[in-house]
Ligand binder design. Structure first.
Ligand code: FES
Length: 295
């Protein structure tokens, strides 16, 4: 009997090849350009990323088509359930469209290896959607056997796409919160960040405490400190721009433009959906100190 390693290694090898498949890049570039041109309004992009939800919207929406199509596959082996299976396939096809749009919005703001995997993930799901659309057409045309076979083929394509989606989320950390580890790494209690007078006014600055990088912004006597590693994909916020949104001081990440409110780390604009870790601050004898809230 083959071992687990023997079974999974070839799959991992294939995915690794996709991650490094430079020839996919011209396609990635063309699709990204089209996505960015289509999803130009920032409010639309923020909505699709899930800024309002505090989590990426795409993984939640995938439950609907995958659930509907999986249930249809079960009904397809139960006699007398053809109409119910057709209904589920129609629901899956209709819900796949908005699901794909949210995925494309996220995908357009990823790193190249993630975008290569994401491109193949999208292609597999597109094949799945085409097969399910043909399956539905066959069922409506009175060809149930053909409809079932196309449906099973569609489920296979969608499962392959799902494997790559899982790789993107869990191996390549797309959509994960990249500043969650700060809570574990930052020492408890107040920590010295240096002299107040050394901080430039209105300019993002980096300080490091026990290996944890911090973004420090001084505005007059006000000091705001956030984790420096952007929650989206670890971009350095201290290299970003100080901006103002709705009267609030903000910082904009130099990598993909996520914008965070300095006072509390809230996400103002995506693609990030997780807030930046905020720190309490104080000035003691002309020196700035910061600690995690509650520590
Ligand atoms: S790393 Fe992507 S917006 Fe900051």
């Amino acid at each position: 009997m083959p071992t687990t390693a023997a079974v999974t290694a070839p799959v991992e090898h294939v995915v690794e090849q996709i991650e490094n498949a430079g020839p996919l890049d011209p396609v990635v570039k063309a699709v990204r350009k089209a996505v960015n041109a289509t999803l130009r309004p920032r409010a639309l992009r923020d909505g699709l990323h899930g800024v309002w939800l505090g989590h990426p919207l795409h993984p939640m929406l995938t439950d609907i088509p995958i659930g509907a199509w999986s249930a249809a596959a079960i009904l397809d082996v139960v006699p007398g359930t053809g109409p119910a299976a057709s209904t589920l396939i129609a629901v899956g096809c209709a819900s796949a469209v908005p699901t794909a749009v949210t995925g494309l919005a996220d995908w357009a703001q990823l790193h190249p290896p993630q975008q290569r995997v994401g491109l193949v993930h999208a292609a597999a799901n597109l094949v799945g959607l085409s097969l399910y659309t043909s399956s539905l057409a066959a069922r409506l045309a009175g060809k149930p056997v053909r409809g079932r076979l196309l449906g099973f083929a569609g489920l296979g394509a969608v499962m392959a796409g799902g494997y790559l989606g899982g790789h993107l989320a869990f191996r390549q950390s797309a959509g994960a919160n990249h500043n969650a580890d700060v809570l574990d790494l930052y020492p408890s209690g107040w920590q010295d960040l240096g002299a107040f007078d050394d901080l430039p006014d209105g300019k993002p600055t980096k300080r490091t405490v026990e290996g944890v990088d911090l973004l420090v912004v001084r505005r007059g006597q006000q000091i705001d400190v956030l984790a420096d590693k952007c929650s989206h994909l670890s971009g350095p916020l201290s290299d970003g721009e100080f901006t103002s949104e709705g009267g609030h001081g903000c910082v904009t990440c130099p990598w993909h433009g996520s914008t965070f409110r300095l006072s509390d780390g809230a996400v103002v604009h995506g693609p990030a959906t997780s807030p930046q870790q905020r720190f309490d601050t104080r000035i003691v004898n002309g020196r700035v100190e910061a600690k995690l809230p509650g520590s």
